[in-house]
Design a protein around this ligand. Structure first.
Ligand SMILES: [Zn+2]
Length: 380
């Protein structure tokens, strides 16, 4: 029987209200106290549920990690659900450009699409299956505070949990029209610094060896590695150098972003970038960094998990497709690289991640909450 429109409205109102409560706690990654307020909120929402809650104190300036386990989940194979509660939006975004508002099917708010909407839906589904005891496999749900900066303090825990898991479900936002994610590029990050010989730009020009001049040539080499056919991109996204217009600069520093489709290419590009040699021998180069998130490649096991989700979605009443490999990384990269079948992009549909037009689609709330619930109920 198809639920009537008023039934659907009754179901959806508390979910919108719950998402609103989460979105209205602004939680930029680098504000430990703010993200901890969000972790407090998640803990309060899980209160009274028969799950074991573990709160791991934050370190290195980041907030705490919250782990919720069904009572049988201490050992052995289980389902790992991953949600991050940090966002890229600074405090004040909610009072400014991205105030909470509803326009037609759209809900606006900082982090609503990436990924508080999806995290809330998943928590709601988790609570439902715990209350009704309708899950088959033990479930571990991890809420992390630092995904938007590469998960420096949660990666080890995510990987340790994933090693014990049979499946991983990640609640990052859905893509174009509700597609889920079954493959992501790997991400590398590098810092390159050049140290040259400073000199007066007028009276001693011949004596100087410019770090900026050297870096300009290195940038062309690095960006020359781009190969769209092979899915390789390199971007020098930041540059800093020099001290004054009339000084041949001693220092220059750049930050490099690398994206690759597979691990072999990742190693190859890492070697090439780390092996950069100065053109001007009087300038020294220092390269640090490497692959941060390994590529998330679609394996036959992931394909099988996708097909299972597609059958569930069809029963709920929608078609579920996956995207081609996406360029953005997530915590799913860590788990998929360990060989654990991972479905990502299971969160809310919408658009405008990381921008002032970030929004979620109300029409995606019930079907996607239901899909998460059915996954937790049927995976075995
Ligand atoms: Zn995200």
């Amino acid at each position: 029987m198809t639920p009537s429109r008023s039934d659907q409205n009754a179901d959806i109102a508390p979910l919108i209200e719950g998402i609103r409560r989460w979105v209205e706690i602004e939680s930029p990654t680098n504000d430990r106290q703010a993200v901890n307020r969000m972790i407090d909120r998640v803990a309060a929402d899980l209160d009274g549920l028969s799950v074991e809650i573990e709160r791991i104190a934050g370190r290195d300036g980041f907030a705490d990690i919250l782990v919720a386990r069904t009572p049988d989940a201490r050992h052995g194979a289980d389902i790992l659900v991953l949600s991050h509660v940090d966002t890229v939006h600074p405090i004040g975004t909610l009072a400014g450009a991205l105030a909470w508002r509803q326009q037609g099917d759209r809900l606006y708010g900082p982090g609503i699409y990436d990924m508080k909407g999806g995290a809330y839906l998943a928590m709601h589904a988790f609570s439902q299956v715990v209350r009704t005891q309708s899950f088959r496999l033990p479930i571990v749900f991890v809420f992390t505070p630092d995904e938007e900066v590469g998960s420096p303090t949660s990666r080890a825990l995510i990987e340790a949990q994933a090693r014990q898991a049979r499946y991983v479900l990640v609640t990052e936002p859905a893509r174009e029209g509700g597609r889920i994610v079954t493959a992501r590029k790997g991400v590398g990050r590098f810092e390159v610094s050049a140290t040259g010989v400073p000199a007066h730009a007028g009276s001693a020009h011949r004596l100087g060896h410019s770090a900026i001049n050297e870096m300009a040539r290195q940038i062309l080499t690095i960006e020359g590695l781009v190969d769209y056919e092979r899915g390789i991109t390199t971007t020098v996204g930041m540059i800093c150098g020099g001290t004054a217009v009339n000084v041949i600069p001693q220092h220059c520093r750049i930050s490099v972003d690398l994206r690759v489709c597979d691990a072999v290419t990742g190693n190859e590009l890492e070697e090439r970038i780390r092996g950069l040699q100065p053109v001007d021998r009087r300038v020294s180069l220092c390269v640090t960094g490497g692959m941060n998130r390994p590529p998330f490649e679609k394996t036959p096991a992931i394909e099988q998990l996708l097909r299972h989700a597609q059958v569930l979605a069809r029963d709920i009443g929608f078609d579920l497709a996956d995207t081609a490999m996406v360029g953005g990384g997530s915590d799913g990269n860590f788990t998929a690289a360990l060989g654990v079948p991972t479905l990502d992009g299971l969160g809310i549909d919408g658009d405008g991640a990381h921008t002032e037009s970030e929004h979620a689609l109300i029409s995606s709330i019930l079907p996607r909450a239901r899909l998460m619930q059915r996954l937790l109920e049927t995976l075995e």
